[in-house]
Write a protein that binds this ligand. Sequence first.
Ligand code: ARG
Length: 587
Amino acid sequence: MDTFQSLLAKKLSDALARAGLPEVGELTQATDPRFGDYQSNVALVFGKQRGENPRALAEKIVAHLDVDEFCGRPAVAGTGFINFTLRQAAVEKQTLEVLQDDRLGVAETESPRRIVIDFGSPNVAKPMHVGHIRSTVLGDALARVAKFLGHEVIRDNHVGDWGTQFGMVIWGWKNLLDRQALQRNPLAEIVRVYKETNERASRDTEVREACRQELVKLQAGDKENTDIWNECVAFSMQDFERVYKLLDIRYDLQCGESFYNDQLPNVVDRLLKAGIAEISEGAVVVFFRDDPDLADKPLIIRKRDGGFNYATTDLATIDYRVNELKADTIWYVVGAPQTLHFKQIFAVAQREGYTVDVRHVTFGSVLGEDRKLMKTRSGENVPLRELLEEACRRARKIIDEKNPDLSEDEKNDIAEKIGIGAVKYADLSQYRTTDYIFSWYKMLSLHGNTAPYLQNAYVRIRSIFRKAGAIAVATPLWGVGAAQYEEAGHRPVATAFTLTEPTEINLAKRLCQFAEIVPQVLNGFRPNILANYLFELANSFHAFYEACPVLKSEEPARSSRLMLSDLTARVLQRGLDLLGIKVPERM
Ligand code: ARG
């Protein structure tokens, strides 16, 4: 189904054609509701290009506009903006269509693509820490939105399960391992061993050399070392899985770096043969001499000692994703410090003739309240699992106060939805590229732009319907509350909206905008647009609910308002779901 935005944009470009202007009608949601619902600055753009008076041009365009079905006559404002204000009847009609649509008006893309999303991607033998939250939560939200819009999405966890650190892990395993500690908390023990070895290696050349030997043996396929490596990977993956379970994250593929090992010599040979790479001081290197950005930043793909590295693996990974997975596009949701790495990798792929659309989706850091990178008191990275468990504990306190009579199981379930939701939302509602400060107090607040606020709005609506069910007043449109309808397997069939109060018209307009907002998330990878929309929607709902009685109003307003409430709940639920956030039925 078409949105107001797409309908009006089409009308605008028709008008431009009739006015003898190029048909590139830019039309956006109005920035200030006082001036209408949609606006266009085409007259300003063309005026500038052609040296014509933009206001006169705007009048000319308006004279050719045929939008009577949706709006009153568009107004020309300021230096030449064209403002559109929707007619109430058009809003009522459109809202009804959205209500009756399972997709809530959101159209599927006309050009579906196969998208590989590389996100999360933690490193083995290290616990996931708070720094991993962004890539994981952002990647998941982008995957959900892309899938909902009709793209084919492959979620890939590019786990760091190979590399020079394994020389140390294996030496430590053989020399320092405490078996009992390993049984108690495997990953903690592996991390301890790795850290201690690292420290010893930094002051003792013998240890360093021994670690190197262990690595060489591992790379040569030595049985004992391979077994140790396998065990370490398995322990780490178990730890990751627990975090993914809490976060409700799933992957289609978990091809770690090791998956590409046997392809690495081919990658190097191929690039040498193609003349893209060359031998320099014993290493194999790609120079980007004609690229001003990268001219002084050569990329090593085989070290002097014959070892391959992170970059070589990423080149093999592109091959695999293009040739085996048939990806049209690859999104790498990885922090900004790897910007140079991906520039180099993408430049090599382009030289090889790959046309796949590759994007590095960067993000800022998570800071502590002191505005420095978030650390524990002893200066360590904050383990992600502990942080998430803490979130659930804190949410549980809120529920204990708000709703002490719920059962223990129900309280725990709600606490998880609120706690995890709060952490995710605090992340996703921020501009992706800026740093943000992690604040328990803010993210768990029931007021303000937080997950609990939105979840609470949903819960409030659900309680209206529980009450409606209990009152069970028969109405022409609603025999019983929506809950009962849903239990019976069908949604109430409405015949019309009747909107009279400004707050209900405003709410209805917002509900119609959901379909305009969702596709925008993928322009520039901005889940915060959706988050902010949901926040405004909840605000509009609260304004409506304050001003308009629902259950106590007369028909037909009563049914119309129940339908508005039902639709709001569905949009909140679907919108939060696209962000990976669940809603409780009570809280
Ligand atoms: N494991 C890497 C890290 O923690 C991230 C991997 C990102 N993906 C990739 N294809 N390089 O830094």
